[in-house]
Design a protein around this ligand. Structure first.
Ligand code: URA
Length: 190
């Protein structure tokens, strides 16, 4: 296809991914939380890192933040099965604190996040949710500005958004996330 000719396609070795020991988090995780969803998705959502529930279940965004995301997606006519969901870091940091594993944030995107995004052949838009994901594509912004950010990466456009978990401890953030999701839908149709 045109896509294969224009863009180098990387397949992800799922067995190597599931048995990864490249950073310190492999010592404390229950399992690697591999990206999940439609391999033909036009939109991918990148969040931060697995929490307790994800570490137990083995799928991204299955806890409170994930339920919130499901609600927000339904408000713009999407469901998670339509998308690809993944995290900057694929293993749960102890106490959910990424500060304790600075090596993970450096190593994991190159090893597993970008190759997964690369393997999505119809990818048009990446929604970077929260500051950890935002830092991969944007610099010099505040969390409050996440919803205003967009960057054209050539093969896909990155749209910034607040993290769904932020809505659990701060009111009034839903509207901004919905705006980001609607922009993602629009860009995916370009
Ligand atoms: N669950 C995830 O998979 N990622 C997050 O960033 C938060 C909760």
């Amino acid at each position: 296809t045109i896509c294969m000719v224009t863009y180098k396609s990387m397949e992800v070795d799922i067995e190597a991914y599931r048995s990864c020991t490249a950073c310190s988090l492999h010592e404390t995780r229950t399992q690697v939380v591999v990206g999940d969803g439609d391999p033909y998705a036009a939109i991918a959502i990148v969040c931060e890192a697995p929490g307790k529930v994800e570490d137990e279940v083995g799928r991204p965004l299955m806890g409170k933040a994930g339920k919130k995301l499901d609600m927000l997606l339904s408000q713009v006519g999407l469901q998670r099965e339509d998308l690809f969901l993944c995290n900057v870091v694929s293993c749960r940091p102890p106490g959910n604190k990424l500060d304790s594993a600075p090596d993970a944030v450096v190593i994991c995107p190159d090893l597993w996040l970008y190759p997964q995004l690369q393997s999505l052949r119809n990818l048009k838009v990446v929604v970077a949710m929260g500051e950890t994901a935002g830092r991969l594509w944007f610099s010099g912004y505040k969390a409050t500005e996440m919803a205003t950010l967009a960057r054209n990466m050539g093969r896909y456009i990155v749209v910034g958004a607040r993290h769904p978990a932020a809505t659990l401890y701060q009111g009034g953030l839903e509207a901004g996330i919905l705006t980001s999701l609607r922009r993602a839908i629009l860009y995916s149709l370009l």
